[in-house]
Ligand binder design. Structure first.
Ligand code: ZN
Length: 83
């Protein structure tokens, strides 16, 4: 009917596309992280931050078994790898 409606539909479709691509990228990153964690574990470095070498808190590993960085390094990494 009016251009305004059509434009807002197009905008919404674009936003949904961006969201699903972002979700895909996050899932892909999780898969990579999981296989990376398995590799680290196989080499005996599990439970140690791969960035600063400090032990990763046990409760963090319990909540996130694929963690390969301590909370502080993970926060820095997420800042640098933001979508
Ligand atoms: Zn660290």
């Amino acid at each position: 009917m009016s251009r305004v409606f059509r434009n807002s539909d197009e905008t919404r479709a674009l936003e949904e596309k961006v969201n699903s691509e972002t979700i895909e990228a996050i899932l892909e990153r999780d898969r990579e992280q999981a296989s990376h964690a398995a590799e680290v574990r196989a080499h005996g470095g599990y439970g140690q931050c791969e960035n600063c070498g400090e032990p990763i808190a046990a409760e963090r590993l319990e909540a996130l078994p694929t963690a390969t960085r301590c909370v502080r390094c993970q926060a820095e990494w997420e800042q640098a790898n933001r979508f």
